[in-house]
Design a protein around this ligand. Structure first.
Ligand code: SF4
Ligand code: SF4
Length: 107
């Protein structure tokens, strides 16, 4: 299986997760990160690193977030890798926990 980045990462994108991944799974878009399911070894190291609690194992995806499995796979094919954390944007914390952010996803 794989781990999946879910909706709460959108516009938070703290990037704490990327530095712990031993196999460089993370891919970066303008305001969201995804995990490449073809690389993920299911090691679970990234899950506790995410301040937004946006990373979950595919088998535990909450109701209403199932489509993020396919979205991660799709976007991982076109977005570039990221393996170094960055300074988050100043309003990242303001977006943590807001509902219905999918419409704000930039590709
Ligand atoms: S730490 Fe969480 S919110 Fe930040 S980029 Fe990674 S998945 Fe997204
Ligand atoms: S579960 Fe492990 S291999 Fe998969 S994205 Fe997270 S840190 Fe990387």
């Amino acid at each position: 299986m794989t781990f999946v980045v879910t909706e709460n990462c959108i516009k938070c994108k703290f990037t704490d997760c990327v530095r712990v991944c031993p196999v460089d799974c993370f891919r970066e878009g303008p305001n969201f990160l995804v995990i490449d399911p073809d690389r993920c070894t299911d090691c679970a190291l990234c899950e506790p690193e995410c301040p937004a609690k946006a990373i979950v194992p595919a088998e535990d995806l909450p109701a209403g977030q199932a489509h993020f499995l396919e979205l991660n796979a799709q976007l991982a094919k076109i977005w570039p890798p990221i393996s170094q954390s960055r300074v988050p944007s100043p309003d990242s914390k303001d977006w943590d926990g807001r509902a219905d952010k999918l419409a704000l996803l930039e590709r």
